[in-house]
Write a new protein. Sequence first.
Length: 416
Amino acid sequence: MNLLSYLNPRLRFSAAIGWTVFAVILLAALAGANLAAREAERLARADAERLLTQFAVQIRHALDMNLEMRRSILQVTAVQIAASQDRGTDALRHHLEAVQAHFPEFAWLGVADEHGRVVAATGGLLHGENVSAQSWFQEGKQQSFIRDARHISLFEGKVLPDELANRSPGFIAAVPIKQPSGHLAGVLSARLSWSWVERQQNELLRNLDTQQPLDLFLIAAVDGLLLIGPKNWRNRILAAGSDLSEGGAYMVGRNNAPPEEKEGLNWIVILRQDASTALARAQTARRGVFLVVFLAGLGSAIAAVLATRTLTRRLTLLADQAQAVRQGVQQNISVPAGTDEIAHIGATLVDLVGHLQQEKKGLAILNAELDARVAQRTARIERMAKEARHAAIARERLRLARELHDTLAHSLMALL
């Protein structure tokens, strides 16, 4: 019997069981592999989004820390000015220019006295102007602060250079200059350029532990204006529900500004990365998980088929022996070892076949006896038939003889 017959479920019960188990395990393996792969991709996507969120938090904290550091520099400078013995215009201007030389992000530095007149400024800009009506001077007399330059002007009604223009992106900071006695001596103000913020975010992006390019969105939380971002997105007003993923093409992580925060710029930092790039490893992991689980299921299915064939081998042998007995190749069936159902079926078949063989043997003997009796009776009948034929011939001869005798007698009588 060829291999195909052993694998044909219509001819082999073990093959039917094996194929059924194979199909069930294979389908279960496919379902399990798909679920495992989807879960692996989901976890990888969540990890990627969490990593982007962590990067966004880092950038937000780094930008805030840099702004706070610049305010601290102004506070230290204000203390130095208050402690200085020479507060002349030239001395103050040289001091401010020295600070600007070390920290060029300060596009402008100026000192206003307690009455609001600018007594010293870098580049001489606004020197001698009265800024007492400006909001930064009024607040700077009370406390140090840093504000979004789009909502506070350095000097209303005056045309300033582009990097100092009113309502342009950047920051305005101010700190009070107080003498050791606590008396207000003036206000130190500064204008931070926006190009410095852009350089900071570029440097922060380069320093991130990522090998793939990222898109950074810096959004003003107050009005949703996109301050920094891809060129085709700039100067847009982004609502809270704006789809920055562009239909799932990008992975997005964000750090929202706390609503109670007042210092600096209440901004939202969002990072996004191309989804195909971010999930490249996830896709590889998904395929790997699917392949491993599927191959494990396939191996289990094949092992189950082999195990089924092994477990049903005694049943197969029993069926083959029964077929051989039916075809007359052998006379008896051997009892399978064990105490399970196959052994019970085998014992029953052995008893049944033995009983049938005995009946067959008895029938054979009876047939032989009947054949002998038939032969004897046939011989007797043939002998009796032969004797009857001889008797008939004799009677016929006697009849003919009598008829001949009578004929001769009549002829003689007629002659006489």
